[in-house]
Design a protein around this ligand. Structure first.
Ligand code: NAD
Length: 505
């Protein structure tokens, strides 16, 4: 008997993981229709790129203001599709506004045409220019549905591109709301279109349709995206997972460091790509740190709440919460000590995970090297800063790191030696709101950067333009003047001297 693949469901049900409530049933995008969406986007993009920066900025500035005007609706939408605490939803709103603010103020400067040195001094000139790629594809995860649904698209739009974005099938509502706000701000809807559905259904048609792909998600899916982009030879930017270390060394203020751990390990229910998953604590302060951290983690108020009273909400799905608890159970089965928390399903519901601190872990455990992506942190005692660095750098991932030590200069020196794309001193998550520096990972944590100049330039192709004033500089000049051995020797003498002449070398 012939078997056929099951048809893609025409509706996607979005549930609040914390309560089980059905939030919305929305139509999915037909994979066969992606090409037509891309055609409409390209037509709109040609008009959009022809507008001035100031005109494009006006739309993004209006979007920035709408984020504040519609704050309750945004917070409700994020919370209802993701289950997170209200404060974690608020952090999304602040970060989207911050990204808009940064690129409105500085984006244009990053795309300015720049003068550069010509190939032959005085006779030639060079410059670099930036042009939008055209149509940008984005594929995003569920952990920060509003930030990841729209923030990276803002510089892409400002640079003159159109965007086709596919949010996670678990949390499409925040991206759809962002689209509504962009349209209300004056954007042509064809410039920011949302594909609703699963990655395996929509990933390929999306990759086939775009000029550049920006992906945020797991390392495993990142590899699939990189392969697809390589086949088409289009640029890709991959923001992937982490197993981020925190180093707590002598001289650190233990109270502050514990506060850092509370944010780095447990904000957003531990579902932050840059969150702390392993802490290396110097033996001198181990007892003090462990006692304070255990107490504070045990006090976390974990439940569904639409006001600001709860510390932590649910995880983004019952399935993901189960995977996180499985990491904890595996560690317990293999001999880890639970300082606080555990693998039981909490009273709040199946999508919740009890905030957990583990110690006595070893490399046979899932939580040792694999990303857990939940409110679970393992602590390890170290003898010295060198010992901490050795353990911290022993990872296939390299996204974010955090250092707490006596003097800031000493902490900075240690931070430089962390093999990660981003390092924080006296903080754990500060990097994400530091828009003027690039953010991204090394090793299996990704390729490419968001924020700063790279966060807008990656949506553009770079063009170099060189000019000659005389009858051809460079090679042409060489052919013209070297018509005898004597003149060739003269030319070489000039070229040799060149390195020694300040101002033109
Ligand atoms: P995921 O890789 O499962 O999914 C991410 C997106 O990829 C979703 O939209 C999904 O539908 C899509 N997708 C899945 N399979 C696909 C395929 N075959 N082709 C095309 N698209 C496909 O990740 P997730 O579980 O949604 O998110 C959690 C992960 O994201 C964690 O690993 C986390 O560290 C990472 N993350 C990284 C950053 C960062 O900036 N580095 C930020 C947030 C999250």
């Amino acid at each position: 008997m012939e078997t056929t693949a099951p048809p893609t469901p025409a509706q996607l049900d979005v549930h609040n993981p914390a309560t089980g409530e059905l939030v919305a049933s929305i139509p999915t995008t037909d994979p066969a229709g992606v090409e037509a969406m891309a055609r409409a986007a390209r037509a709109a993009q040609a008009r959009w790129a022809a507008r001035t920066w100031r005109e494009r900025a006006k739309v993004v500035a209006r979007f920035h203001d709408l984020v504040f005007e519609r704050q309750d609706e945004i917070l409700d939408t994020i919370q209802r599709e993701n289950g997170k605490a209200r404060r974690d939803a608020l952090a999304e709103l602040v970060t989207v506004a911050g990204t808009a603010r940064y690129y409105l103020a500085h984006g244009r400067r990053h795309l300015h045409e720049k003068r550069a040195r010509g190939g032959v001094p005085l006779l030639t000139r060079a410059r670099t220019a930036w042009h939008p790629h055209g149509l940008i594809g984005m594929i995003t995860p569920w952990n920060f549905p509003f930030i990841l649904g729209v923030a990276d698209a803002l510089p892409a739009l400002l640079a003159g591109n159109a965007v086709l974005t596919k949010p996670s099938e678990v949390t499409p509502m925040s991206t759809l709301l962002a689209r509504e706000l962009l349209i209300e701000a004056g954007l042509d809807g064809d410039l920011f279109q949302v594909l609703v559905g699963t990655g395996p259904d929509l990933g390929e048609p999306l990759l086939d349709a775009v000029d550049m792909i920006g992906f945020t998600g797991s390392t495993a899916t990142g590899r699939i995206i990189a392969t697809g982009a390589a086949q088409r030879l289009i640029p890709s930017s991959l923001e992937l997972g982490g197993k981020n270390p925190m180093l707590v060394l002598p001289g650190a203020n233990v109270d502050d460091a514990v506060h850092g751990l509370m944010t780095g390990g447990f904000a957003n229910s531990g579902q932050t790509c840059i969150c702390v998953e392993r802490v290396y604590v110097h033996e001198e302060i181990w007892d003090e740190f462990v006692a304070a951290a255990t107490r504070r983690v045990g006090e976390l108020d974990v439940r569904w709440s639409t006001d600001f009273s709860a510390d932590m909400g649910s995880l983004a799905s019952v399935e993901h919460a189960g995977q996180v608890r499985a990491h904890v159970q595996d560690a317990i089965d293999k001999g880890a000590t639970v300082l606080v928390g555990g693998a039981d399903v909490p009273a709040a519901g199946a999508a919740f995970v009890t905030p957990t601190l583990l110690t006595d872990t070893n490399s046979t455990m899932l939580a040792h090297a694999d990303e857990t992506f939940g409110p679970v942190v393992r602590l390890e005692r170290v003898r010295s800063a060198e010992h901490a660095l050795e353990l911290a750098n022993d990872s296939e991932l390299g996204l974010n790191g955090s250092v707490w030590a006596g003097g800031r200069r000493e902490a900075r020196a240690i931070a430089r030696r962390l093999e990660v794309g981003t390092a924080n001193v006296n903080s754990t998550l500060l990097i994400y709101n530091s828009y003027d520096v690039p953010m991204g990972g090394i090793r299996q944590s990704g390729l490419g950067r968001r924020h700063a100049a790279s966060g807008i330039q990656k949506y553009c192709r770079q063009q170099s333009i060189v000019e000659s004033f005389a009858k051809g500089g460079g090679y042409e000049l060489l052919l013209r003047v070297t018509d005898s051995p004597k003149r060739a020797r003269m030319l070489l003498r000039v070229v040799k001297l060149w390195r020694r002449i300040p101002g033109i070398r």
